[in-house]
Write a protein that binds this ligand. Structure first.
Ligand code: HEM
Length: 409
């Protein structure tokens, strides 16, 4: 039996495979303070995570209360700070604000997710999925992660933000740069510099696109944002788009990859999926629960409080481990087991809950469902490439594979 002391939160091995650590935490230290990194309180049980997420007055999204000038816990070098001056200065938006400002930002993006827009997006997803499968070699090893899981969400969020498909590589680079600032340990100054340059590049791109929509509105999401009847600054718009980009591009990739990774070694499940369209939705949901693409959400305490019987002082940065909550046996029977017949899988917290519930949840579900349906339609067999085993990247926030080599027939 492993104990909490056997693990370090920021050890690359734990970052890549945290489930044993969380299990030990849920068992013996469900509210756990670590001095690692900037110092965090880690919350791992389902009930405690729900209590904290619901109590938005005590558990605030405004992380900048602690990390002045941004939400990264790491101190930037002078050179990185200099580079970032050419980008959009950090201010709190959408996922990092509470109350009225948050409500305003939710109203602004709501127009992008109306039924009409989501239906139109379903058609686009369908087209892209089939186009990507058309381009894929059959009968020989293919990196499905790189050629499909990464590309579909990037093209999709690019489409939402009105980014031309020819900028697909840029969209990926920009999203990666933002994820790196969320939590990947950065080893060299060169890496930090390159991430900062990508961020600035991205912000400048958005400034240009927003200005173009002001001059000539189109029937798209950016034009909706620019024309929203809310009082906003250009920087707010850029930061909202930046959050949408990373939210849309990264986590859906993980969902689709984890889902296929989960079913590829189960020919019996693959066979049932071919004959049961409802099962596809259940598999999407169970993947969200067992392999939650976003492992945690941050909150900061606005006052001294007590959670799960443990005192937490004001100004504590809490990591609400939603992916751990989703594997809590007190909530889900045999929670670590992937069970496509589970009736309560949808109670997972993979999209968060309450005020900050993911705006793109239905879209992410559509992407995964349409992708799996098309994959089943277009193949008679899906197997792992010979000798391939999948590994996860060492990232604190995102659960993502390094690659996924398959043979499609
Ligand atoms: C499988 C895919 C996805 C997962 C697992 C996921 C997960 C999450 C989670 C956990 C939150 C809550 C953050 C918090 O409570 O602080 C969130 C918020 C958000 N997500 Fe997603 N997301 C996914 C896909 C998407 C997509 C495709 C979009 C948009 C196109 C999107 C847009 C957003 C936005 C805008 C928020 C912020 C909402 C707010 O703070 O009010 N997400 N997402």
């Amino acid at each position: 039996m492993t104990s909490v002391d056997d693990f370090k939160l920021l050890d690359p091995a734990t970052l890549a495979e945290p489930y044993e650590f969380w299990s030990a935490l849920r068992e013996s230290a469900p509210i756990h303070h670590t001095a690692e990194g900037a110092g965090f309180t880690i919350v791992t049980r389902y009930d405690d995570v729900v209590t904290a997420i619901r109590d938005t007055e005590t558990f605030s999204n405004q992380i900048s209360r602690r990390f002045k000038g941004g939400m990264s816990p790491y101190e930037d070098s002078a050179q990185v700070k200099e580079i970032l001056k050419d980008g959009c200065p950090y201010s709190d938006a959408l996922a990092f604000v509470d109350g009225d400002v948050h409500a305003k930002h939710r109203r602004m993006i709501r127009r992008g997710f109306t039924n009409t827009r989501v239906r139109e997006l379903d058609e686009y997803i369908h087209d892209v999925v089939h186009r990507l499968l058309d381009e894929m070699p059959f009968g020989e090893p293919v990196d499905f992660w790189k050629q499909f899981c990464v590309r579909l969400p990037v093209l999709m969020i690019g489409h939402i933000l009105g980014v031309d498909e020819q900028h697909e590589q840029d969209v990926k680079r920009w999203a990666d740069a933002q994820v790196a600032r969320f939590g990947e340990p950065r080893e060299t100054e060169d890496e930090n510099i390159s991430i900062a340059k990508d961020l600035v590049d991205f912000h400048q791109y958005l400034y240009r696109e927003l200005a173009a929509r002001r001059a000539e509105p189109r029937d798209d999401f950016l034009s909706d944002l620019v024309n929203a009847e809310e009082e906003t600054t250009e920087n707010e718009l850029v930061l909202i788009c930046a959050q949408l980009l990373v939210a849309g591009a990264e986590s859906s990739t993980s969902l689709i990859g984890s889902m296929v990774n989960e079913i590829v070694d189960r020919p019996e499940l693959l066979e049932r999926l071919r004959h049961d369209e409802y099962l596809v939705k259940d598999v999407v949901e169970e993947t969200l629960r067992t392999e939650s693409p976003i492992k945690l959400v941050h909150r900061i305490t606005t006052r001294d409080t007590v959670l799960g019987g443990v005192e937490i002082p004001a100004d504590t940065v809490c990591m609400l481990m939603i992916a751990s909550a989703n594997r809590d046996d007190a909530m889900f029977e045999d929670a670590a087991v992937f069970d496509d017949d589970r009736r309560d899988a949808k109670r997972h917290l993979a999209f968060g809950m309450g005020a900050h519930l993911c705006s793109g949840a239905e879209l992410a579900r559509s992407e995964a469902r349409i992708a799996l349906q098309a994959l089943l339609e277009r193949t008679t067999s899906i197997t792992r490439a010979p000798g391939h085993t999948s590994e996860h990247i060492p990232n604190l926030t995102v659960r993502a594979l390094r690659d996924l080599k398959l043979v499609l027939r």
